[in-house]
Design a protein around this ligand. Structure first.
Ligand SMILES: Nc1nc2c(ncn2[C@@H]2O[C@H](COP(=O)(O)OP(=O)(O)OP(=O)(O)O)[C@@H](O)[C@H]2O)c(=O)[nH]1
Ligand SMILES: [Mg+2]
Length: 240
């Protein structure tokens, strides 16, 4: 089966390092894993991708997170309606024909019909991904869809090892700070810790959960660090 992703941007890894120095560890990376090979349908160009997939519910900020890493609103986002409809990537060259690929996906939870299609899409991209950032929201409580999706998409431990739970919208956790400060208040930090613990109890994740805010940029460096850490332990990836 051929799977298709749409290139939105192709640049250099330095474009990401400017904001998040953690990505510099990937510079000059060399990829030997055959699963990470991609062919451009229109040009025939063959390249290797360290793909980081962004999964999760619609409206939880997957596209906003990729935009925040990039430092510009390149991917479409929406306050109101489900937005992303296909796999769209931003690729950053690491070495000759090797790229870090931030792959944004459509969100689940919109309708049963769409979920079926999107969960299949997630599953088919999984083996081509070095890491999966599964986005949750700090200001939401209903995790039913996420629990069901987690067990469907990642049936075994090897798959679960790829997943980094990323708790977005920490700026919106109560008591909301009206001063528009980037740093959460002490009370918010306490509530974020409680929220993180509840997610650990429910999902029993392999990797640490990263709370952050794509809107303010708070703790995005930590998310970058976890992504790079995950990639560095991936089979068939040599960091120099
Ligand atoms: N306050 C706040 N709002 C955020 C944050 N991240 C995203 N948003 C908002 O949440 C809404 C949805 O964000 P998107 O990035 O479009 O969400 P998505 O997960 O890509 O949604 P789909 O493409 O439908 O799957 C937008 O209005 C964003 O501005 C955040 O950290 N804090
Ligand atoms: Mg989106």
């Amino acid at each position: 089966m051929s799977i298709i992703k749409y290139y939105y941007h192709r640049g250099k890894i330095d474009d990401l390092i400017v904001k998040h120095h953690q990505f510099s560890r990937l510079k000059n990376a060399f990829i030997t894993n055959p699963h990470f090979k991609w062919r451009d349908e229109s040009t025939g160009y063959l390249s290797h991708h360290l793909q980081v997939a962004f999964f999760g519910k619609s409206g939880y900020g997957k596209s906003s997170t990729v935009n925040s890493f990039f430092g510009d609103s390149i991917l479409k986002t929406s306050d109101i309606e489900a937005c992303t409809r296909r796999c769209e990537t931003l690729d950053f060259e690491l070495s000759k024909d090797c790229y870090l690929s931030l792959a944004d996906f459509p969100g689940i939870g919109e309708s049963e019909y769409r979920d079926k299609e999107y969960l299949q899409m997630y599953a088919s991209f999984l083996s081509y991904s070095t890491a999966v950032v599964y986005v949750l929201r700090a200001d939401q409580r209903d995790l039913t869809v996420d629990l069901s999706a987690y067990s469907t998409i990642f049936p075994n431990t090897e798959d679960k090892k790829k997943v980094i739970f990323a708790l977005n919208c920490c700026d919106k956790i109560e008591p909301v700070n009206r001063n528009c400060s980037v740093e959460p208040s002490d009370e918010q930090i306490r509530n974020i810790e409680i929220k993180v613990k509840s997610i650990v109890d429910l999902f029993n994740p392999v990797n640490p959960i990263v709370p952050y805010s794509a809107a303010t940029g708070w703790n995005m460096n930590n998310l970058a660090n976890e992504i790079v850490q995950k990639i560095s332990t991936s089979q068939g990836v040599v960091l120099k």
